[in-house]
Design a protein around this ligand. Structure first.
Ligand SMILES: Cc1ncc(COP(=O)(O)O)c(C=O)c1O
Length: 322
């Protein structure tokens, strides 16, 4: 079985083709301070705590073939993140859904990456009182771009387990609340680049695997699927993968796992809204399963993920109003 060239399908299949849009929305649309605008015009107030101090919660949902995927799950996760960070969104779930629909409609795309956030807001006169801030809502939609291209997913990514950086601990910033604390993740990509690797995964202070830049980590050993139980975002693609694996009859283990177990795995992959299921070829230079390319079970999960989505599974049709 070959990896489905999902990016190519999105670009070439008429049922994924872009709808009409005004030229200013070519690169995407945004919603800033109650107003819709093109992504090129969008800006944030320079004193916003989200910009200055990573003081924000956010979420990302994708659209493919004109369908939001698991929108309710994303809205729910976002609401929980706001609660954990004492942030109040000015919009409830229905109002947020309306804004996200309008953004995708303005961009006229059936393949979209849709981002939204609530930040602490611009610095008030009494900046030492966290309750005196006016929390702000921002959002944008851009045409979907895979973080791992068809070519990369076909050959598998070369992954580095970061040796320099430990993922920010849950006692410092709760990773289950999607947040802006990305410096450890970002710096690990420089570490990977210096060694000719493409992506990373970080461990916690005890040496257990957590997550990577925008991704959850999975591996397969003797037909069983493993993923960390803590120290990471509860990814919606992770949840989807666990469900699809159970459907395929794969035993699933959500538990503490180490870098040594990952390096000794038969197969491994990353998951993200921004790329679906992304096969790993090697970990720290070790070719998994002793053979280049994605493993058979990873390929099965990858292809099932896209075929299910395109069949409308857990999808909410975008209301393009036309
Ligand atoms: C730190 C982190 N971990 C994991 C993920 C994957 O989560 P999801 O599948 O919901 O996109 C993301 C997504 O951006 C992330 O930022």
């Amino acid at each position: 079985m070959n990896i489905t060239r999902a990016a190519n399908v999105m670009l070439t299949d008429p049922s994924h083709a872009r709808l009409e849009y005004a030229p200013e929305f070519d690169r995407g649309s945004a919603y800033i301070n109650g107003t819709f605008c093109s992504i090129d015009e969008a800006s944030v107030p320079i004193t916003d705590g989200g910009f200055m101090q990573a003081d924000a919660a956010y979420d990302v949902v994708s659209v493919s073939k004109g369908l939001f995927f698991r929108l309710e799950d994303h809205l729910e996760r976002f609401e929980n993140a706001c609660k954990k960070f004492y942030l109040r969104s000015p919009y409830d779930k229905n109002e947020t859904t309306e804004i996200l629909n309008k953004l995708v409609t303005l961009a006229g795309t059936r393949e979209a990456y849709v981002w939204w956030a609530v930040t602490r807001g611009p610095t008030p006169a009494n900046r030492t009182d966290p309750n005196s801030y006016n929390n702000r809502f921002y959002a944008f939609a851009v045409p979907y771009r895979f973080i791992a291209s068809d070519e990369q997913r076909e050959r598998g990514l070369d992954l580095l387990v970061s040796k320099r950086y430990v993922r920010i601990p849950p006692d410092s910033v709760d990773p289950t609340a999607k947040n802006f604390h990305w410096m450890d993740l970002k710096l690990s990509l420089f570490e990977a680049g210096e060694q000719g690797r493409e992506w990373t995964v970080l461990c916690d202070a005890h040496g257990n695997l957590t997550e990577g830049p925008g991704v959850n980590i999975f591996f397969i050993k003797s037909g069983k699927l493993f993923t960390p139980d803590s120290g990471c975002l509860e990814g919606i693609t992770r949840k989807t993968t666990l469900e699809l694996a159970a459907e395929l009859g794969m035993p699933v283990h959500v538990k503490p796992v180490t870098a040594d177990e990952l390096r000794a795995a038969d197969e491994a992959f990353l998951t993200s809204t921004a790329g679906g299921i992304m096969p790993i070829n090697s970990v720290d230079g070790i070719i998994l399963g002793g053979e280049n390319g994605p493993g058979a079970l990873t390929t099965k999960l990858h292809n099932l993920y896209w075929s299910r989505r395109w069949d409308g599974w857990l999808g909410t049709r975008v209301n393009y109003g036309r």
